[in-house]
Design a protein around this ligand. Structure first.
Ligand SMILES: C[S@@+](CC[C@H](N)C(=O)[O-])C[C@H]1O[C@@H](n2cnc3c(N)ncnc32)[C@H](O)[C@@H]1O
Length: 292
């Protein structure tokens, strides 16, 4: 006997202390229900532009990179705020195509004050059938291997003192079980030499497609994803101290092909518009239990 899905509830949030923040509404609990007129709500796995906008207003970067831009949510926010932004995605529908797991994609693009990434939550949603796509990795080890290269590439693209913001959700996989992707994100970012520079931001998942589904199985629904912000040291590291995306040999097009063992086995708003193409909504069957 299944109960119909529940109506949204009103929760009382803790009072936030007054402080000198230029964005006082930005706290560890991000609960805006609107996504803003940025990117496309129809793009699978799209995210709110409001969170990106608040982060950019808080950190005030001059140059932004989004190497997994999807429908271009970050690019649209940057355009509104007048911030230079380079946006690419493996699919290259609206933007230039580039594999964010390949260090070669980061050559000759300069350095950035802020990198925003919203990667696939492993195979919770499958975006293409391109073997370099992180969402088509057939096992967790290969996903984490590609994710490690992505984070190392982004770290290498930051100016000293620059920030990497990662939006990620934990994921309950039908075969692998519960996968704490937020934990792995932090582990890989620390391995890349980054430090977390502020609180996790718990983003309430308003509008998630899974919230309208009815499942036969019993589980505790995950109603949020997590934005983690890391900072690159202001001191330049040299020699063997320097974490590098290039230190170990990598297969250049190895998005999901493990090339190194993972320790857990397991421009101007560069809006290079492209002609419209198919959306990836109909690609791939997911061995997933629930939205994380
Ligand atoms: C969660 S979606 C990003 C959605 C975006 N934030 C938006 O609001 O539209 C993840 C994106 O990562 C892209 N992607 C997956 N593997 C990639 C890779 N190796 N290099 C670059 N992009 C990749 C997918 O094509 C997809 O567009």
């Amino acid at each position: 006997m299944f109960k119909p899905f529940s109506l949204p509830a009103i929760a009382v949030l803790p009072r936030a202390p007054k402080n000198g923040s230029p964005v006082p509404g930005l706290t560890s609990l991000y609960h805006k229900t609107v996504r803003g007129p940025y990117g496309s709500a129809a793009y699978p796995g799209n995210c709110s532009g409001e969170l990106i906008k608040d982060l950019l207003r808080y950190f005030k970067p001059k140059r932004v990179l989004d190497p997994m831009t999807g429908s271009g949510t970050c690019a649209d926010v940057c355009q509104e705020l007048g911030i230079e932004c380079r946006s690419t995605d493996l699919q290259g529908r609206r933007f230039d195509p580039a594999d964010a797991c390949d260090p070669a994609s980061f050559q000759e693009i300069g350095r950035f004050d802020f990198v925003w990434i919203h990667p696939p939550y492993w195979r919770q949603k499958v975006y293409s059938n391109d073997p370099r796509d992180l969402s088509v990795c057939t096992n967790l080890e290969s996903f984490l291997s590609g994710y490690r290269r992505l984070i190392a590439n982004c770290s290498a693209a930051l100016n000293p003192g620059g920030r990497l913001a990662v939006l990620m959700g934990d994921y309950d996989d039908r075969e692998a079980g519960f996968v704490p992707l937020t934990f792995h994100t932090k582990r890989l970012a620390f391995d890349a030499g980054l430090k977390q520079c502020c609180t996790d931001i718990i983003r309430f998942s308003h509008g998630a497609s899974s919230s309208k589904k009815i499942y036969r199985s019993s589980f505790i629904p995950g109603l949020h994803d997590t934005c983690m912000i890391f900072e690159k040291s202001r001191q330049r590291k040299t020699g063997t101290d320097a974490p590098s995306a290039h230190r170990r040999p990598e297969c250049p097009s190895a998005g999901c092909i493990p090339t190194e063992p993972d320790s857990v086995s397991a421009g101007k708003a560069t809006v290079h518009q492209k002609s419209s193409g198919n959306t990836p909504s109909d690609i791939g069957a997911l061995p997933q239990k629930s939205r994380g």
